[in-house]
Design a protein around this ligand. Structure first.
Ligand code: MLT
Length: 261
């Protein structure tokens, strides 16, 4: 499905018409389909909303810098369109950066928060430089430049690497460029964590090559109602590497949001 929000056409899918609204935001270079198997198997009691982030999947990919606050605004407008006042928002990696921007700008609309293989700090100087090098590489060679460099770092599972590669290679170059610049310029949101008072979950794969396990654990400790879930044998893609374990964490988060435990 597609809707015009915040000046673009945003694509999204919804699984389940009733239940608690749970928004799952995918990471950089990917799209909403990464959640599909897990959500259709294990999250059947909720109204699961799966957007394609601006510049990704079937959403529009306009030119420009995709600030995390802009991407959060896209999600806020989508929820308004759907008539949803309050939702639990969980983001994977870049989706987590967007989730934190949502928490900062729309705290009254947040019921629960999930950070999956993500972080609250901003980029180091080296990381930032790497992003701008990637922007140049994508301008020259297209999205294949990101697919080649990112997909092998996501997981050790060859089948899942291939699937991620296929998604990244289809992501519009302008989307990769806009998101790279937006991530490079994103502010450090670590100081926000202690002010997020809704139930929260931080998930990390113990073999993640992109996110540091101790940094993830620290975020869970700083979040006033944070819980930490570290999953063994998993890299950066828990939704495809360990869907049952991640879904158990998400179902527990929603139970806490509903005041059930
Ligand atoms: C992601 O998976 O969304 C990216 O690895 C995030 C990043 O590059 O910081």
């Amino acid at each position: 499905m597609k809707v015009e929000v915040n000046g673009i056409e945003l694509a999204y899918d919804i699984l389940g018409q009733t239940g608690h609204p749970l928004v799952l935001i995918h990471g950089f270079g990917l799209d909403h389909t990464i959640w599909m198997d897990m959500a259709s198997k294990y999250l059947r009691n909720h109204r699961v909303i799966l957007p394609d982030v601006r510049g990704h999947g079937s959403s529009d990919a306009p030119e420009g810098v995709y600030k995390m606050s802009l991407l959060a605004k896209d999600i806020a407008h989508l929820l308004e369109y759907l008539g949803i006042n309050k939702a639990s928002i969980c983001g994977h990696s870049m989706g987590g950066y967007i989730t934190l921007a949502f928490a900062e700008n729309y705290p009254e609309r947040l019921a629960g928060l999930g950070l999956i293989s993500s972080r609250s700090n901003s980029d180091s100087k080296e990381k930032k430089e790497g992003r701008y090098q990637m922007v140049e590489a994508v301008q020259k060679r297209g999205s294949i430049a990101l697919a080649e460099s990112l997909s092998p770092r996501l997981t050790d599972n060859e089948t899942l690497i291939r699937k991620a590669y296929d998604l990244i290679v289809q992501t519009p170059p302008l989307g990769i460029i806009g998101a790279s610049k937006g991530m490079a310029e994103r502010p450090d949101r670590t100081s926000l964590l202690s002010r997020i008072t809704v139930p929260a979950l931080v998930v990390a794969g113990k073999d993640d090559q992109i996110i540091d396990l101790d940094d993830a654990r620290k975020m869970a400790h700083v979040l006033p109602r944070g819980k930490f879930l570290a999953i063994s044998g998993v890299g950066h893609m828990p939704m495809t590497e360990a869907p049952a374990a991640l879904a158990k964490g998400l179902n527990n988060l929603i139970s806490r949001v509903k005041g059930m435990n």
